[in-house]
Design a protein around this ligand. Sequence first.
Ligand code: FAD
Length: 279
Amino acid sequence: MESQKKYPPTFSFEFFPPKTPEGMEKLRATWRQLIQLKPRFFSVTYGAGGSTRDRTLEAVLEIQKDGGNAAPHLSCVGSSRADLAATLELYRSHGLRHVVALRGDLPSGAAGAGELRYANELVQFIRETTGDHFHIEVACYPEIHPQARTAQDDLKAFKRKVDAGANAAITQYFFNADAYLRFIDDCEALGIDLPIVPGIMPIANFSQLARFSDACGAEIPRWLRLQSYGDDLASIRSFGLDVITELCDRLLSEGAPGLHFYTMNQAGLVSTIWQRLGL
Ligand code: FAD
């Protein structure tokens, strides 16, 4: 963990762009509450092929207007180089300087993978077209990306993104601190040296979490026995708060350079975790 201890901790919150005006109104209330916590930045996800481009940008600009720093995500899957250059120019024309660069996932049955195949190509493209204008975050996977052939291949893919010019990384969520700590050791062995901020998913609802985890390859440890809560959402949230607070506490005390919360556009759980951690 030595490489991580030199980076000042960065705290951030992630949102997805809502589809409806009601969803947007709820999201406004969420970020207005979370702005009080003074995170380093908020980020807003981006749909494959630019499907959420306008909504992603709208949320980012509104957050900035309310006094928060905000970073749009950008994914390359399903997009041409010309589309990506236009989006980067749009971000730049609005004075944005921070982007989360991803490959993205095509919805099943969607046609056309786009012109860039992997996120390292997107990072390279951003550097080629916009130089050092953007601070670039990339994703990484302590429990291995589900499409990687081996853990070592996945680490090498991560290193290619770093070598292409990424400034920082955010991990996929995980519930086992040792997965992160071991991943950092493996990164250090490969010479990867940039802040690697753990992504934190609060536990709110088992069936939703199980669906996400299936898709992204994050393990829900059996010892958590989350199924046993059934429909008792109050109990699962209360237990989840204990589990996640303990996880965050351990990560920070081991030297993790901050936390990135997947908020699911809700302020309640992350605010409580924040308070319990005394941040
Ligand atoms: P990559 O780094 O390109 O890796 C994808 C897979 O390809 C990995 O298995 C890797 O090992 C493999 N690989 C890489 N290079 C090669 C190569 N040359 N040859 C063979 N295999 C290779 N998705 C969205 O659509 N929108 C978002 O806004 C979004 N935000 C996210 C934010 C975070 C913090 C995280 C962790 C994920 C996010 N995702 C988002 C999901 C992400 O797009 C998926 O996990 C996607 O499957 C991989 O994206 P990546 O950028 O990590 O891809």
